[in-house]
Ligand binder design. Structure first.
Ligand code: NAP
Ligand code: ZN
Ligand code: ZN
Length: 346
């Protein structure tokens, strides 16, 4: 079927209107009318080839909230009119140990990304959520709780799950000191989740003007990293540090703040390696780890948690013709706290 979207035709090109084909509805597919599509910093990294060469034309977008408009003949999970979400992957092998455990994001064969990747047929380029219509296999979509607004929900499909998953895995909760590095799209969801789970939350930010917002989201402490001595009074302080920063930084300044057996989880993907000093790890048996989005069952658990706790992303809703400006503002850390495209303007 012919659909409308916004695409980059080549690396670094402006995002512009483009018509393209999506597959016809298969037996296990649903078609959704996209209502809102979030702008993740990963979209920008890929359009700008900051992670290496990419596939063009590229329709970015993997924070998708919409309403089911048609269902395939064998669909059992959804019906027409349901509010559903699609995140960072649209398929996986379904049979490897990771997929069988519900960790589709760590599929041994590799998950199928929502865009900038070929579908599992090895030839059809996947196209993302900056679009008016999407076709998705029912197993790779999730239900959105009725009480949550779709614009604030869209970013939960990447930014939300990407912080919820490590916060659950490393058991942030009462009695735990948790730090979030970077108060952007991902970071602000990390603050909301860690605070809702009862942890003591500190934000590290290079934008001092975000302090009152951080506290309103549930942070107990705010540290401006503009001061070169920002970590001095916090050595061996934290149990868990979640690094959502999209840019290069000195990771040792942060590792030193982990208490004994603490873990720093890398989530931001600046596209350049970190220089890790061995001396930052040994003196407290510290761990440096990584985490990538979350599986389908955990995405559903996260959305249900958001429904129960009334948690959504703080969004600035934009028209599609503002995407390029929104990219520049995101890179300048000038977004409160996620740009979301109103898909009716596509
Ligand atoms: P974002 O909204 O742009 O937030 C990034 C934040 O990092 C900014 O708001 C800023 O926070 C801080 N920052 C940016 N530039 C900085 C600089 N030069 N120095 C210090 N701090 C800086 O981006 P996002 O969408 O949250 O994504 C964050 C990163 O996570 C990206 O690299 C993205 O690709 C990656 N990501 C990873 C996963 C995963 O599964 N692991 C999933 C999605 C995205 P302050 O203003 O508070 O300092
Ligand atoms: Zn993302
Ligand atoms: Zn698999």
């Amino acid at each position: 079927m012919k659909v409308r979207g916004y695409a980059a035709m080549k690396a670094n090109a402006a995002i512009a209107p483009w018509e393209f084909e999506r597959r016809d509805l298969g037996a296990h597919d649903v078609s959704l009318d996209i209502k809102y599509s979030g702008i993740c910093h990963s979209d920008i990294h890929q359009v700008r080839e900051e992670w290496g060469s990419a596939l063009f034309p590229m329709v970015p977008g993997h924070e998708i909230a919409g309403i089911v408009s048609q269902i395939g003949s064998a669909v059992t999970k959804f019906k027409v009119g349901d509010r559903i979400g699609v995140g960072v992957f649209v398929d996986s092998c379904r049979k490897c140990p990771s997929c069988l455990k519900g960790l589709q994001q760590y599929c041994i064969e590799g998950m199928t990304g929502t865009y900038n990747q070929l579908e599992r047929d090895g030839k059809t380029p996947a196209m993302g959520g900056y679009s008016n219509i999407m076709v998705i296999n029912e197993d790779y979509a999730v239900s959105i709780p009725e009480n949550l607004p779709l614009d604030g929900v869209a970013p939960l499909l990447c930014a939300g799950i990407t912080l919820y998953s490590p916060i659950k895995h490393w058991k942030a909760g009462p009695g735990k000191k948790v730090a979030v590095m970077g108060l952007g799209g991902l970071g602000h969801m990390g603050v909301k989740f860690a605070a809702a789970m009862g942890a003591e939350v500190t934000v590290f930010s290079h934008s001092p003007n975000k302090e009152s917002d951080a506290k309103a989201m549930g942070a107990h402490h705010f540290v401006s990293t503009k001061n070169p001595d920002f970590n001095k009074s916090l050595i061996k302080h934290f149990d868990l540090i979640l690094n959502t920063v999209s840019a290069e930084l000195n990771i040792n300044d942060y590792l030193q703040m982990l208490n004994v057996d603490g873990t720093l989880v890398v989530i931001g993907l600046p596209g350049k390696p970190y220089a890790v000093e061995v001396g930052s790890l040994l003196p407290a048996r510290r761990s440096l780890s990584g985490s990538m989005i979350g599986g389908i069952a955990e995405m559903q658990e996260m959305l249900n948690f958001c429904g129960e706790h009334n948690i959504v992303s703080d969004v600035e809703v934009i028209k599609a013709d503002y995407i390029n400006k929104a990219y520049d503002r995101t890179v300048a850390s000038d977004v409160k706290y996620r740009f979301v495209i109103d898909a009716t303007t596509i």
